[in-house]
Design a protein around this ligand. Structure first.
Ligand code: PRX
Length: 660
C-alpha cells in the first residue's frame, strides 16, 4: 500500500490535552471556527484589526489590501514600520529588556546568553557599522553565516537600516553563492571565517573569495567577517573587514529607518521547476504580522516559554521562527550551532533537558534519523532524558509519516504534547495548514486545517473545487499578508509560477498535491506536483541538478528524479549518459563519485545524487521528450506497468533497471 493510501485510512485521532486547551491562546475548536468565520465575513477587516493589534506602526495604515495590480497584491501599503524596532525596541519598552532573548549553544557545547537589551545594542552597533560603510535603505546584503547570535544580528541590522538581506545557506557552494550575489545585486556580503559543525571546522570566507573570483560581482563593495574560529584567512585590502572592527566604537542606539509596509525585508532563493533558483521576495509589514500571529496561534507562545526551532537561518524556517517571530513576540529562544548527532544522537534531548525547552520545532528527517540512532544505542533514546519541560512539539518541511509522528508523540512528547505538523513554504512566509495545539484533534500524517484567514482549497487543473476524498492541486484562493510579493527581478516568472492563467490568474498555486479527508475535511499533502524534490526537508529542483550534471564536460545528458527514502523522505537518483561509452563495474563507481563531487561543487553537498545510473541513452518519446515518470518507476526498483508504446527506445529501460 502506498503512503497516501495508508494515510487515507489513518483513523487514530489524538485530542489536545485538556490542560493545554484550557490555557491556550486559541482554546477549542469553537474559538478556531469563530476566527475562520470572522475572516469569511469581513476579510480585510479581519486582517486590519490583527495588524493594528500586533504591529507597532510608525505611521498607521489606512488601506488594508490593494488588489488593483493582482497578483501583485499590496498589504497595509500606506503604513510605515521597522521590523527590527518591532523585534527589539518594543521589548525594551515593555519590560523585557533584561529577559533572555537568545540562549546560544555552540557546536562544542559552550553556552552564551543575550538579553533583549544586549541584542538591541549589538544590532544597533552593527547597523551603525553598516551605515558607516555606506550600506543604505534598498541595498541588498548577502548573509552567508553559520548559526550564531551574529547571524541574527546581521539580519536584524539589515532590517534596521532598510537594507534587504538575502541569506544563503552555509552549505551552498561558491558557484551557488556567486549566482545569488549577482542576481540580488548585493553591495555587501556578511560571512564568518569558518563554521563549526559536528566538531569540524569548515570554510566560509574562502568560499566567498572563490565566489567573487568567479566574476560578475562588481557591485559588491564589502565583505564583513565575523571571527568564529580564528582560522587564518586572507583579507582583501579595501574590501574585507572584521565585524568586530566594523562595530568598534559605534553607538548602541540607531534610529530605525522607517519603511513602507511593502518594503522588501528579504529575498530568499529557493528551487523551482527550472534550473535557476527563484529569489522569493517578502514584505516587511505583512510578513512580520504573520510571523507574530503564527507564534501566538500555532506555537501558543507565552512569556514563560523557552522556544527552540532547530532550523538554520539559511532557510525560511530560520527566518520566520528564529530571526523574526520569536523576537517580535518577546520570547526566549534557543539557537543551536551544531548538528543533532554530535557528540552523539542524544544532543537534542540533552539540550531540551539542560535549557528546559518548552516548545520544540524540528524536521521529520531529524526525527527519523534519531529514531534509528536510538534503536542502535539505548543511551541516546529520549527516554533517558528528562524532557518534562516540553509542552508542545512541531514538525516542518516535509510530510511526517505516521510512524515517525507516533514515535515523536510517545517518546519525546510523552503523549502529553500536541504536535503541530506545519505545512508551509518559502513563498508563504509562515505556517498555512496546521493543527492548533489547543484546539484541533490531531491525526498522524495530516497537517489538518488551514489557519484562520487562509483560504486553502483542493482544485482540479482548471481551478474547480474538488470534493473531499478526491486528490488534486493545493491552492490558496485569497491573498494573505505574508505571501511572496514577487520573484526578485522576474515578475513574469512570479505570475507564471504561482498565479497561472489556467487557474484564473488570481489564486495561489502552491506546487503541492493534496487531498481532504471525507469526514473531517483534514488536508494531507501528497507531495510536489512539479519537478521539485524534498530531500531531508531541503528543496531541490531536478532541473538544477541536471544542469549541474550536464555542465560537466564528460556528460552528454542527465535526468534526475526523486526516489522515496526511509530517512531523508526523498533521495536524488540521476540517470546519466556520458559522451563516451557507458561505464560499468569499478569504472562506473569511480565516475559516479566524480560526478557526485562535481554536483557538490556546482550547487552544494545537499544536492549530491545518492544514486547515479549510466545508460547509452534515456527513455524518450518520439518527439524527444524524456519520460521521467518511467525513470521514477525504475528508480524505485518497481516493474513498469505503464504503456511504453510511445517510447522511441524501449530497450533502454532494461539497461537502466540495473543499479550500479
Ligand atoms: O512540498 C511541501 C513541503 O516543503 C515544500 C516547501 O519547501 P520550502 O519552501 O523549502 O519550505 C520548507 C519549510 C516551510 C512544500 O511545498 N512541506 C513543507 N512542510 C510540509 C511539507 N509537506 C508536507 N507536510 C508538511 N508539514
Amino acid at each position: 500500500m502506498s503512503d497516501i493510501e495508508t494515510l487515507k485510512q489513518e483513523n487514530r485521532v489524538f485530542e489536545p490535552p485538556a490542560e493545554f486547551v484550557k490555557n491556550a491562546n486559541i482554546s477549542g475548536m469553537e474559538a478556531y471556527k469563530a476566527m475562520c468565520a470572522a475572516a469569511e465575513r469581513d476579510y480585510e477587516g479581519f486582517w486590519a484589526q490583527l495588524a493594528r493589534d500586533n504591529i507597532q506602526w510608525q505611521k498607521p495604515f489606512t488601506k488594508t489590501l490593494n488588489e488593483a495590480d493582482a497578483p501583485f497584491y499590496k498589504w497595509f501599503e500606506d503604513g510605515q514600520l521597522n521590523v527590527s524596532y518591532n523585534c527589539l525596541d518594543r521589548n525594551l519598552a515593555n519590560g523585557n529588556a533584561g529577559k533572555t532573548a537568545i540562549i546560544f549553544e555552540a557546536d562544542g557545547g559552550q553556552v552564551t546568553r543575550v538579553t533583549y537589551k544586549e541584542l538591541h545594542d549589538k544590532v544597533c552597533q552593527f547597523a551603525n557599522g553598516l551605515k558607516s560603510l555606506g550600506v543604505k535603505k534598498g541595498d541588498r546584503v548577502v548573509v552567508y553565516m553559520p548559526m550564531s547570535i551574529e547571524g541574527i544580528v546581521a539580519m536584524q541590522a539589515c532590517a534596521r537600516i532598510g537594507a534587504t538581506h538575502s541569506v544563503v545557506f552555509g552549505g551552498f557552494s561558491a558557484k551557488s553563492l556567486q549566482e545569488r550575489i549577482i542576481d540580488a545585486g548585493a553591495v555587501a556580503v556578511i560571512t564568518a571565517d569558518e563554521q563549526v559543525r559536528g566538531g569540524k571546522q569548515l570554510p566560509l570566507k574562502a568560499i566567498v573569495d572563490e565566489a567573487i573570483g568567479l566574476g560578475g560581482c562588481e557591485h559588491l563593495k564589502h565583505v564583513v567577517i565575523y571571527q568564529r574560529t580564528g582560522a587564518n584567512i586572507k583579507l582583501v585590502e579595501g574590501r574585507d573587514l572584521w565585524m568586530h572592527d566594523v562595530v568598534a566604537g559605534k553607538a548602541t542606539t540607531c534610529e530605525p529607518e522607517w519603511v513602507d509596509a511593502e518594503h522588501p525585508l528579504f529575498i530568499l532563493y529557493t528551487s523551482g521547476s527550472t534550473g535557476k533558483p527563484k529569489g522569493v521576495q517578502h514584505s516587511s509589514g505583512g510578513y512580520l504580522l504573520w510571523a507574530m500571529l503564527t507564534m501566538k496561534w500555532t506555537f501558543d507562545i507565552k512569556p514563560t516559554d523557552v522556544f527552540w526551532c532547530t532550523a538554520d537561518i539559511g532557510w525560511v524556517t530560520g527566518h520566520t521562527y528564529i530571526t523574526y517571530g520569536p523576537l517580535a513576540v518577546g520570547a526566549t529562544q534557543i539557537v543551536f550551532e551544531g548538528v543533532p548527532t554530535y557528540p552523539n544522537a542524544g544532543r537534542f534531548w540533552d539540550m531540551i533537558q539542560k535549557h528546559k525547552a518548552t516548545i520544540f520545532y524540528t524536521a521529520p528527517t531529524a526525527i527519523r534519523s534519531l529514531i534509528k540512532a536510538s534503536e542502535a544505542d539505548a543511551d541516546v533514546h529520549p527516554k533517558k532524558y528528562d524532557l518534562s519541560s516540553l509542552r508542545l512539539l512541531g514538525s516542518v518541511g516535509e510530510p511526517i509519516n505516521p510512524e515517525a509522528w507516533m514515535w515523536y508523540y510517545k517518546n519525546v512528547g510523552r503523549e502529553n504534547c500536541p504536535i503541530a505538523d506545519t505545512f508551509w513554504q518559502t513563498e508563504t512566509g509562515g505556517h498555512m495548514i496546521t493543527p492548533l495545539p489547543g484546539a484541533t484533534p490531531m491525526v498522524p500524517g495530516s497537517c489538518t486545517l488551514p489557519l484562520p484567514g487562509i483560504m486553502a482549497a483542493v482544485v482540479d487543473e482548471t481551478g474547480h473545487d474538488l470534493p473531499n476524498g478526491q486528490g488534486g492541486i493545493l491552492v490558496v484562493k485569497r491573498p494573505w499578508p505574508a505571501m511572496i510579493r514577487t520573484i526578485w527581478g522576474d515578475p513574469e516568472r512570479f505570475k507564471k509560477s504561482y498565479f497561472p492563467e489556467e487557474l484564473g490568474g488570481k489564486i495561489y498555486l502552491a506546487g503541492d498535491g493534496a487531498v481532504r479527508n471525507e469526514q473531517t475535511g483534514y488536508f494531507t499533502i501528497t507531495g510536489r506536483i512539479d519537478d521539485v524534490l524534498n530531500v531531508s526537508g531541503h528543496r531541490m529542483g531536478t532541473m538544477e541538478i541536471e544542469s549541474a550534471l550536464v555542465a560537466n564536460p564528460i556528460v552528454a545528458e542527465a535526468a534526475v528524479v526523486g526516489k522515496p527514502d526511509e530517512t531523508t523522505g526523498e533521495s536524488i537518483c540521476a540517470f546519466v549518459v556520458l559522451k563516451r561509452a557507458r561505464p560499468t563495474g569499478e569504472e562506473a563507481k569511480q565516475i559516479a563519485k566524480e560526478l557526485r563531487d562535481w554536483v557538490a561543487k556546482e550547487i552544494g553537498p545537499i544536492a549530491k545524487p545518492k544514486e547515479i545510473r549510466f545508460g547509452d541513452n534515456l527513455p524518450k518519446t518520439r518527439s524527444g521528450k524524456i519520460m521521467r515518470r518511467l525513470l521514477r518507476v525504475l528508480a524505485k526498483g518497481e516493474q513498469i506497468t505503464q504503456d511504453v508504446s510511445t517510447l522511441e527506445n524501449p530497450a533502454i529501460l532494461e539497461q537502466l533497471k540495473q543499479a550500479q
